[in-house]
Design a protein around this ligand. Structure first.
Ligand SMILES: [Zn+2]
Length: 71
């Protein structure tokens, strides 16, 4: 199998039907207060789909404007 000649871009993934997520780091975390929360945006829907804090390992998803912790 030959690999493709390296001009792929992350955005090309969304054309295949997979969900491409855009990560926006350094949001303040609602649990630990550290600016370590990464918010993930859906490339297609242009809306927030989830968040993860690298500091306290909080995982959460968005329901509308509300951030709902997972677990
Ligand atoms: Zn946190």
């Amino acid at each position: 199998m030959e690999s493709s000649p390296g001009y792929e871009r992350p955005r090309a993934i969304s054309r295949t039907g997979e969900i491409a997520l855009e990560k926006v780091p350094n949001y303040p975390c609602p649990r630990c207060g550290q600016p370590q929360l990464s918010v993930y945006y859906s490339d297609k829907a242009d809306s927030r789909v989830g968040a993860w804090c690298e500091y306290c390992n909080l995982k959460a998803y968005y329901e509308g404007e509300q951030l709902i912790p997972i677990g």
